[in-house]
Design a protein around this ligand. Structure first.
Ligand code: ATP
Ligand code: MG
Length: 204
C-alpha cells in the first residue's frame, strides 16, 4: 500500500475525502442524503462525518448531548454504508472544536489527499465567524449544499462548488423537540440511531 493511503483507498497517490462536520444531535436524513450526493457528485472515496467535541458556537444556547452519545448515533446511522464513515477525530483531540484544526490534522495524516469541506448553506454563510477563516480559505475546498430557506452564499475567497441535493426541511432541533414530546423520528433518523437515543433517553 502506498504511503499516505489507507485501507479502501482508490487508485492513485491520495484519497478524495469529504469532511462533513456537525453536532449530529441527532444525525438525520438532512445530513446523510447530502453526504451521499456530494460523494457521488465529486467522486469522493469517503465522507467523514466528523462529530464535534465542543461546538463552541452553540454552547450556552441549548443543552448538547455528550459527544460519546452523538458519535454512537452517527456510527449507527452510517453502519453498512461504505462511503460514509463516522469520525471521532475531534473528540479525541478534545476541547473546543475548530474545523481549521481538523483540516490541518487530516492534511498531516495524508499530505496528498484532496480535502473537501462539506457544509450546509446556513453554515457556509457564517464561515467568517469561524476560527482562523483565512487559514481555512487556504487549506481546503468547499462543497456547499442548499438548505431549505437558506440560499447559498459563501464569503469571498473560498474555493467552492454548490452540489444540488434534495431539499429536506429537517433539523436536529426539530427532531429533539419531537423526541421530547414523545413523537416519532422514524424515517427521518436511521433506526439504529433512534434505538440509541431512545435507550439512553437523550432528549426526554
Ligand atoms: P441543529 O438544529 O442542532 O443546529 P442541524 O440539523 O442544523 O442541527 P448540525 O449538526 O448543526 O445539524 O449541522 C451539521 C451540518 O449539516 C451543517 O453544515 C449543516 O448546514 C448541515 N445540515 C444540517 N441539516 C441539513 C439539511 N436538512 N440539509 C442540508 N444540510 C444540512
Ligand atoms: Mg445547525
Amino acid at each position: 500500500m502506498a504511503a499516505g493511503s489507507a485501507p479502501g483507498a482508490g487508485v492513485g497517490p491520495g484519497r478524495r475525502i469529504g469532511v462533513f462536520g456537525g453536532t449530529f444531535d441527532p444525525p438525520h436524513v438532512g445530513h446523510l442524503v447530502p453526504a451521499l450526493f456530494v460523494a457521488e457528485a465529486l467522486a469522493l472515496d469517503v465522507v467523514l462525518l466528523v462529530v464535534a467535541n465542543v461546538p463552541w458556537q452553540k454552547v450556552g444556547s441549548r443543552p448538547i448531548s455528550p459527544a460519546r452519545d452523538r458519535l454512537d448515533m452517527v456510527r449507527a446511522a452510517v453502519d453498512g454504508v461504505d462511503v460514509l464513515e463516522a469520525s471521532d477525530l475531534e473528540i479525541r483531540r478534545g476541547g473546543d472544536t475548530f474545523t481549521v484544526d481538523t483540516i490541518a490534522e487530516l492534511r498531516s495524516q495524508g499530505p496528498d489527499d484532496d480535502l473537501v469541506l462539506i457544509l450546509g448553506s446556513d453554515a457556509a454563510s457564517g464561515l467568517d465567524t469561524w476560527e482562523r477563516p483565512d487559514e481555512l480559505r487556504r487549506t481546503c475546498r468547499l462543497a456547499v449544499v442548499e438548505r431549505p430557506g437558506e440560499p447559498v452564499s459563501v464569503p469571498d475567497g473560498f474555493r467552492h462548488v454548490t452540489v444540488p441535493v434534495p431539499q429536506l426541511d429537517v433539523s436536529s432541533t426539530v427532531l429533539r423537540d419531537r423526541a421530547a414530546a414523545g413523537l416519532s423520528l422514524r424515517y427521518l433518523v436511521p433506526d439504529g440511531a433512534v434505538a440509541i437515543l431512545e435507550r439512553r433517553r437523550l432528549y426526554r
